[in-house]
Design a protein around this ligand. Structure first.
Ligand code: ZN
Length: 223
């Protein structure tokens, strides 16, 4: 079930008060239109009716796609210490409530960045597993090691047997694209499965570049 609440928000820019609908939970099967709005970056985004200032609402949100067996817990924060605390809270409450036992065969993801949330949804919508995609993103960024720190690589789209990634360079202030054949994804995915990676979760997971680095170093999630 999709759940929302109304909040009165004071614009940090001009001080104008306005009402914002905040979504705490989105279930895709109930609310396909809401998913469209989310992918357009409109959900939980405050937009001041007076001065047009926009800002992400600091509200946690649960995204549930029953058909894809995907659940994403989104808690917006830039603070790495808080991120770890929130992640621990999600894991503990999911275990204590017995919810975890009901989510067998699910992919459970914990996310703190809005763009990353949208990227995850797109990856699973295209029928890919984000663990293999994160490994490919590492490989793309490692082609130019000197600049990998100043770049972010994101899944773009899949078309005509080719997966397109967008590479944003913050120093050069440029966006590049890089394409990888779908066959390459299949090979990487299969070799990760052979080496013990499970295509579903046993607990909430943060699947990012550090996760991909650990995967390449032989770590897997079947513990
Ligand atoms: Zn304003």
């Amino acid at each position: 079930m999709s759940i929302n609440s109304k909040q009165s928000v004071k614009c940090p820019q001009c001080g104008q008060m306005s009402d914002v609908t905040v979504w705490n939970s989105i279930t895709v099967s109930d609310s396909p239109d809401l998913k469209t709005d989310l992918l357009a970056g409109k959900v939980n985004m405050f937009r001041c009716p007076s001065c047009s200032h926009t800002a992400l609402m600091p509200t946690p949100m649960l995204y549930h796609d029953e058909a894809k067996r995907l659940m994403i817990s989104f808690s917006p924060t830039n603070d790495p210490v808080l991120k770890q605390q929130l992640f621990d809270n999600v894991k503990n409450s999911s275990r204590e409530s017995g919810e975890l036992e009901k989510l067998i065969g699910y992919n459970l993801r914990f996310i703190t960045d809005y763009n990353e949330l949208l990227e995850k949804i797109l990856i699973f919508d295209n029928g890919f597993n984000d663990k293999a995609i994160e490994v490919i993103k590492l490989m793309i960024l490692s082609q130019d090691v000197d600049k990998s720190e100043q770049r972010i690589c994101r899944f773009g789209k899949c078309e005509n047997g080719s997966i397109e990634f967008m590479i944003h360079d913050f120093i050069e202030n440029n966006i590049y694209t890089s394409s990888v054949p779908e066959d390459t994804y299949d090979k990487i995915y299969n070799s990760l499965i052979e080496s013990g990676m499970k295509p579903y979760s046993f607990d909430w997971e943060v699947v990012d570049s550090s996760y991909a680095t650990r995967l390449l170093n032989g770590f897997n999630n079947d513990l």
